[in-house]
Design a protein around this ligand. Structure first.
Ligand code: FES
Length: 169
């Protein structure tokens, strides 16, 4: 006679159903869960370089350039409008962010007739020099940020916004 413990037909059927059910649940749920959380887990792509024009279009006088950056926020993709003020002097490209470092208004080159050749923020009368340095005695306490730049061929590309490298606030 065998020592092995016999299992009833009912127990065998229950184990079989549990095993099959678990396998089917895992098979169905794994891709669903992956689909649901994949965008959130996906590594953010390196900043895209945006072409903004031929280098011959820019000179020592700041030129305003509007462009759009594709933004992915989880499952939602959008295009965010952005602006840069670009100068090219001695082959060096400088692309400044127009966002005032005081409270985030938008600055304009030569925006105040009383202060030519400066960036002007109309919100609280903030001023910046051409390289983005904040003018002492006005509300901004730091220089304008700048975009990373590169030139390929004759095309100017802008990357991420970084702290101003020419000026330390
Ligand atoms: S937000 Fe620009 S000076 Fe205040």
């Amino acid at each position: 006679m065998s020592d092995r413990k016999r299992i009833s037909r009912r127990t065998f059927l229950m184990y079989s159903l549990m095993g099959t059910g678990g396998f089917l649940a895992a098979t169905i749920l794994t891709p669903l869960v992956r689909f649901a959380i994949d965008p959130a887990l996906k590594a953010k792509e390196e900043s895209d370089w945006i072409p903004v024009g031929d280098i011959s279009e820019f000179g020592p006088e700041p030129t305003k350039v509007d462009f759009k950056v594709k933004q992915v926020d989880g499952w939602y993709e959008s295009e965010v409008p952005q602006t840069a003020w670009i100068t090219v002097e001695n082959g060096e490209v400088l692309a400044l962010s127009p966002i005032c470092k005081h409270l985030g208004c938008t600055v304009n080159w030569n925006g105040s007739p009383d202060h030519p050749n400066q960036y002007f923020c109309p919100c609280h009368y903030g001023f910046y020099e051409k390289n983005g340095k904040n003018v002492p005695g006005t509300p901004p306490s730091a220089p304008l940020d700048e975009y990373e730049t590169k030139v390929e061929g004759t095309t100017v590309y802008l990357g991420k916004i970084v702290p101003n490298r020419l000026v330390r606030g």
